[in-house]
Design a protein around this ligand. Structure first.
Ligand SMILES: [Zn+2]
Length: 396
């Protein structure tokens, strides 16, 4: 079965790429994936997931959510000219995935507020550059409250010190004490270095968009002494290993590996951010960021297969928080930013693989960034009652 574009085959020719719509982007993305990986087109006719989880299995279920690096465009990823940058996604992960080509973000295109919106299922409206908690309950609070899980069972590893409050909302009846624990690897490294870290500057750059923004950390940030008790890492080992790493996302993945081994959280949220170096305007660094993110996603999935707590019962979600500007919009500067609000910057994607997920299927119906939380709720058995989105039926 093939879904036809309502615009007909002449759509691109008649309107040109400057008029790219979310629908058109989704259709071209779908066609790139089908020809590159051989995935089949799914349809609503396939109905719900054929997998049924018993109560015991559901309790062991793990979910890992990865936000894909701050947004990359199709011409540097899924399109034929970009495919060389994402060999792990294309060859290893997508053939095992249910892939959704049209995830539209209708909210504010700033990384903290957009990631918080992904985590609450509501388009949050707070200032992206403020160290505030999300206004609505996060997925971590729903998960812990409804399923009575301890704080050790859900963690966030976040790239920027500005994300230090993403673990729990300000919402009364949820909020303080009910959220995820947050690890900020850069904060941890700074603490390990006692403030001076000339050899580590490439790992510590905090924010690519507004480099001068450096929030004062307060509240529930990860304390240094917990490095030994929770991650089972000595400060010296951590510093020595960090020296071998080339980017903040590699530092995050190092922390994730320790966290999975030592704490094995059931709901783990990892925000990658290297791709956002694009704001500096260097195309080669942006491409390098995409390639590294692709590799780290492949490594994460291998790790989930090899860790006993995760092997066979883990479902991995990978999705960007949003996209980047197209080359055509006069209000932008192409790959560098995400400020125009054009379809390329808003129409992103999601891939889901692992336990309970159909393999090698691509879906192109529209969904919203806010649909993630209700989907996680339906899969794990909690009720995100204040989220605005809807569960993605093909994953249930
Ligand atoms: Zn950015």
């Amino acid at each position: 079965m093939r879904l036809e574009s309502p615009f007909g085959d002449g759509f691109g020719a008649r309107f040109g790429s400057a008029k790219e719509s979310a629908h058109h982007l989704s259709c071209t993305r779908r066609d790139f994936l089908r020809s590159a990986t051989g995935v089949a087109l799914g349809s609503a006719l396939m109905g719900a997931s054929p997998f049924v989880w018993g109560a015991a299995a559901a309790k062991k279920r793990k979910i890992i959510v990865v936000t894909f690096g701050g947004g990359a465009r199709d011409q540097e990823t899924f399109a034929p000219e970009g495919q060389e940058n994402i060999p792990h996604l294309l060859r290893e992960l997508i053939p095992q995935s249910s892939f959704f080509t049209q995830v539209v973000n209708q909210g504010i295109l700033g990384h903290y507020v957009a990631t918080a919106s992904l985590a609450t299922g509501v388009y949050e409206t707070f200032n992206n550059f403020a160290a505030v908690a999300p206004e609505h309950p996060t997925v971590f609070e729903y998960f812990r409250k409804d399923l009575r899980r301890p704080s050790s069972d859900t963690w966030v590893v976040a790239p920027s010190n500005g994300f230090n409050r993403i673990g729990e909302s300000d919402y009364r009846s949820y909020g303080p004490g009910m959220g995820a624990r947050v690890i900020l690897p850069k904060h941890l490294l700074t603490a390990a270095m006692s403030g001076t870290a000339p050899d580590y500057e490439h790992l510590l750059r905090d924010n690519y968009e507004t480099p001068l923004y450096a929030p004062q950390l307060a509240g529930s940030e990860f304390e240094l002494e917990q490095m030994e008790t929770i991650l089972k890492l000595s400060v010296d080992d951590f510093k020595a290993h960090a020296k071998t790493l080339s980017s903040p996302d590699e530092l995050s993945m190092y922390v994730v590996r320790q966290l999975m081994r030592q704490q094995a959280p059931s709901l783990l949220w990892i925000t990658l951010h290297d791709i956002d170096v694009a704001h500096a305007g260097a195309y080669s660094l942006y491409i390098e960021g995409i390639r590294r993110t692709d590799r780290l996603c492949g490594e994460l999935w291998k790790l989930a297969q090899s860790e006993p707590e995760y092997a066979g019962n883990t479902t991995l979600f990978i999705l960007p928080d949003f996209g980047r500007d197209s080359d055509q919009d006069a209000g932008g500067n192409g790959f560098q930013h995400h400020r125009t609000g054009d379809p390329a910057s808003r129409t992103t994607w999601m891939m889901v693989l692992g336990a309970g997920v159909r393999e090698g299927v691509v879906y192109d119906h529209p969904m919203q960034s806010t649909d993630l939380v209700p989907t996680l709720g339906a899969l794990m058995g909690f009720s995100p009652s204040l989220s605005q989105g809807r569960p993605v039926q093909e994953l249930l």
